[in-house]
Design a protein around this ligand. Structure first.
Ligand code: HEM
Ligand SMILES: [Cu+2]
Length: 521
């Protein structure tokens, strides 16, 4: 799905740079198709790439290993969750092939565009979109229940809550956020379906409804959702930093408490998406305050990460490079978010490419850079072999340079007044002098996509050619490194007994070496 999401980005990015020229490898992209590709790109990246890789993928593999459990609490539920997800993918992909094509009203499915098929000409594509997302959410809910139960009930002896690796905390907090936020959206989506099928009129002004109602329901879910994606990514890099700087994680408990606070705050920030939709300024102000406030706990977490690196003996392995890259790029995203959060600035930059640049500087590091960090780091555990480091570094630099080439120009472009979701920017006189920025971004994307080829080859070639490793090649403390690589059925040879916290590197009492496993006496 990541390849499809990236391919769609290529199609509409190319159209932005070279309007109305056939895209190599595809052909002409028309305006309707443009809308549909943008919509599906957003949908796929958020729900079918970021969530399944970070939560389900890393979560299912690592969570039991890290808490010293043989398996998840409900293996069958896990299987069901997997197949429901598979079904959701089929339904979503099917929507590309029905008459009228896939949904084209934006990944936020705002009414009125989404409430009446008449507006977009997309009938089945819209129904299928809602069905696919509903199935996907069901699958994620099953996964979340499993994570929480497993963490509560299956921890190895001695694994107290404050000895859990940060990654495990993050997966659980993310699951809770998802569970508490998803209800309103599901209700909202059913109402939307009722509008589409029976013209009930929840959202259509002509039938006495209010489209703003949907925006509230959507973003009550939508904003916490971005943290659902962010937290596992932060968890991944929190595991990597101590190992490759040989220092304890700075402020372990502080990170946990900050994340809990940020989680709570995330439920009272949603209306920053509505600053220009006619919201009463007396209501906008408190939402602006909470939105800017939420950057404080995240800033604390990021500073804790930086303090972890401070004066460590840093080893720049590929996974460490990606972890550092994630931190750096995410900082740009976080800082620019403060502008969007302030009502006054947002009124100007709302729905421009500035916002597109901002959320890609948060979502891309979360979705891809952190995932790569995690893959290079845990690959030896998954397959018992190393990936090639040299090719890993080539992959890293192309990805980082390409990524910045794509999105850095968009900040400037947005400030120049370039609206998002525009099919042909050359139609606007005031944008024409900047058209070269679109060309830079598109070339950047092609470079970046090409840069993924060494990664894919490296990944598969290393399965048979990578250097064979023992259980703990990075000399790390957490429990997953006690299990054989790859872990067999039941994960551990014997159930580990946990003696200490997960990040005891460079302990003053250690003599011969600088690390001690959580499971060692
Ligand atoms: C592979 C690199 C990527 C590129 C080149 C890219 C490019 C773009 C561009 C140019 C737009 C705006 C299109 C428009 O307004 O007309 C866009 C929209 C969007 N992208 Fe990406 N993107 C990438 C990765 C991602 C990732 C990783 C995510 C999320 C996890 C993501 C989520 C979104 C969303 C939610 C939208 C808004 C869709 C909408 O307006 O309905 N993108 N992308
Ligand atoms: Cu938000």
């Amino acid at each position: 799905m990541a390849i499809i999401g990236g391919y769609l980005a290529y199609l509409f990015r190319y159209q932005l740079a070279f309007p109305n020229e056939p895209v190599p490898g595809y052909g002409l992209v028309g305006p309707d198709q443009y809308n549909s590709f943008v919509t599906m790109h957003g949908t796929i990246m958020v729900f079918w790439v970021a969530m399944p890789i970070l939560l389900s993928g890393f979560g299912n593999f690592l969570l039991p290993l890290m808490i010293g459990a043989g398996d998840m609490a409900f293996p069958r539920l896990n299987m069901t969750s997997y197949w429901v997800f598979f079904l959701s993918t089929v339904v979503l992909l099917l929507s590309f092939f029905v008459p009228g094509g896939s949904f084209s009203g934006g990944w936020t499915i705002y009414p009125p565009l989404s409430a009446s098929p008449g507006y977009t000409g997309v009938i089945w594509g819209g129904h299928l979109w809602i069905l696919a997302v509903a199935l996907e959410f069901t699958s994620m809910l099953m996964g979340g229940i499993n994570f929480l139960t497993t963490t509560v009930a299956m921890r190895a002896k001695g694994m107290g809550l404050f000895r859990l690796p940060i990654f495990v905390w993050m997966i659980n907090i993310a699951s809770i956020l998802f569970m508490f936020s998803v209800g309103p959206l599901i209700a909202g989506a059913f109402m939307l379906l009722a509008d589409r099928l029976f013209d009930v009129g929840f959202y259509l002004p002509a039938s006495g409804g209010d489209p703003l109602l949907f925006q509230h329901l959507f973003w009550f879910f939508g904003h916490p959702e971005v943290y659902v994606l962010l937290l596992p990514a932060l968890g991944i890099i929190a595991e990597i930093f101590p190992v490759f700087s040989r220092k304890p994680l700075f402020g372990y408990r502080t990170i946990i408490y900050s994340t809990l606070v940020a989680g709570l705050l995330s439920f009272i920030v949603w209306a920053h998406h509505q600053f220009i939709s006619g919201i009463d300024p007396r209501l906008a102000a408190p939402f602006s305050v909470t939105t800017i406030l939420i950057s404080v706990p995240f800033a604390i977490t990021l500073f804790a990460f930086i303090a972890t690196l401070w004066r460590g003996s840093i080893r720049l392995t590929t996974s460490m490079l990606f972890a550092l890259g994630m931190l750096a790029e995410f900082l740009v995203g976080g800082v620019t978010g403060i502008f969007n959060g302030s009502t006054a600035a947002d009124i100007y930059i709302h729905d421009t490419l500035f916002v597109v640049a901002h959320f890609h500087y948060t979502l891309f590091p979360v979705t891809f850079i952190a995932t790569f960090a995690g893959i290079y780091y845990w690959y030896p555990k998954m397959f018992g072999r190393f990936m090639n480091e040299t090719w890993g570094k080539v992959h890293f630099w192309i990805t980082i340079i390409g990524f910045n080439a794509v999105f850095l120009p968009m900040f400037a472009f947005g400030l120049a007044g370039h609206q998002r979701r525009i099919f042909d920017p050359t139609l606007f006189d005031y944008l024409q002098p900047y058209q070269y920025l679109h060309v830079i971004a598109t070339v950047g994307l092609i470079v970046m996509l090409a840069g993924q080829i060494p990664f894919i080859i490296n990944f598969f070639a290393s399965l048979s050619r990578g250097k064979v490793v023992d259980r703990n090649p990075w000399l790390a403390n957490t429990l997953e490194w006690l299990a054989p690589s790859p872990p067999g059925h039941g994960n551990f040879d014997q159930e580990p007994v946990v003696q200490r916290g997960p990040y005891e590197y460079s302990h003053p009492l250690l003599k011969e070496r600088d690390w001690i496993s959580q499971g060692e006496l």
